[in-house]
Design a protein around this ligand. Structure first.
Ligand SMILES: Nc1nc2c(ncn2[C@@H]2O[C@H](COP(=O)(O)OP(=O)(O)OP(=O)(O)O)[C@@H](O)[C@H]2O)c(=O)[nH]1
Length: 313
């Protein structure tokens, strides 16, 4: 691959996006080799370093054990340790890397997008709509965040770009009734896909969570299988808080998959691994920047190598 293509490619954006995490891991691992010998205490330090990057205790332990085994077989250096980290991380992530794949038989297939304020829901919806427009699908987008006029406007821009039918209501309107209308509209138009934005809410605000529950209830009356996908968008910079979001949104809306954004904003990008290990939920997309090209389908090999600053396999 030429340098120019490589520069503009997804992997180099991913690598740049994950550089806060990868440089902190690379530096930390290099420091382990300034010790006189690489012994059990060094392995503990490695484990701590991985936990600090939010990789989760179980994965950190497994990686330290794998490095421990390798140290008997060959002389280690920073790069070989990073390679072991990448291999173990890829192993954890392989089962959760699944493209978003709403059923073709459902008309419309319903994708509900949930998450706290500012996590990147709008950007995610724009990306999904764009990829399905390219595939020739007829799309309806419902502006279920009826609280913020700016959110509706932003979504309308994405809808126009994706040549999607856009359904919105006046500010403060009941979100569940908007969802009802949007589903009917999608049915009347024989649309393939209905994507529903929802208002950002904190997982500990009971009133807003009840409203989300009502949206799901309304959808189930229209189609017992809906929503076919319920995507939780997680902001990586919220760290361990992502874990409580998965639980709270999972309980109310039955989360079926994840998108993790803003991996560029943290040195603890390992949080994706911790969440994957704990819940085994599919990861559909990851985001490392504000542009539409900075959100891409999740690839465990690319992610795990970029996480420790290694070139693409
Ligand atoms: N650095 C960075 N910024 C991102 C990423 N994804 C989204 N953003 C930015 O984060 C902000 C919030 O993204 P939105 O897509 O509007 O999020 P939202 O969840 O719809 O937000 P609300 O409508 O406020 O609930 C925007 O300024 C995005 O450009 C990412 O991966 N990295």
């Amino acid at each position: 691959m030429s340098d120019i293509v490589e520069q503009d490619g997804w992997f180099s954006r991913l690598k740049r996006g994950l550089s806060k995490t990868s440089s902190s891991l690379t530096r930390g691992i290099a420091e382990l080799f300034t010790k006189e010998k690489f012994d059990a205490a060094t392995l503990d330090e490695l484990e701590d370093l991985l936990i600090q990057a939010d990789l989760g205790i179980a994965t950190a332990e497994r990686i330290a054990q794998a490095v421990g085994r390798a140290r008997h077989a060959k002389a280690l250096d920073g790069e070989s340790v990073r390679m072991i980290v990448a291999q173990e991380v890829a192993r954890v992530l392989a089962p959760v890397a699944k493209p978003l794949d709403p059923p073709e038989s459902a008309r419309p297939a319903v994708v509900l997008v949930v998450g706290v304020n500012g996590s990147g829901k709008t950007t995610t919806i724009g990306k999904i709509a764009e990829s399905y427009r390219t595939a020739g699908l007829k799309i309806v987008i419902a502006a279920g965040d009826t609280f913020r006029a700016a959110a509706v406007e932003q979504l309308a821009v994405w809808a126009r770009r994706a040549e999607a039918i856009f359904v919105s209501k006046e500010q403060g309107a009941d979100a569940a009734s908007l969802v009802y209308e949007a589903w009917r509209r999608a049915k009347d138009e024989d649309a393939d896909l209905l994507i529903i934005d929802t208002a950002g809410r904190l997982q500990n605000k009971a009133g807003l969570m009840a409203e989300l529950e009502k949206i799901v209830r309304v959808l189930k009356k229209l189609d017992p299988e809906a929503p076919h996908d319920c995507i939780l968008v997680l902001d990586a910079t919220t760290g361990q808080n992502a874990v409580s979001q998965v639980e709270a949104f999972g309980k109310v809306a039955g989360v079926t998959g994840l998108v993790m954004t803003k991996l560029d904003g943290t040195a603890r990008g390992g949080i994706l691994v911790a969440v994957a290990e704990r819940y085994g939920l599919p990861v559909h997309f990851i985001g490392v920047g504000e542009g539409v090209d900075d959100l891409e389908p999740f690839d465990p090999s690319d992610f795990s190598r970029a996480l420790v600053g290694l070139p693409q396999a």
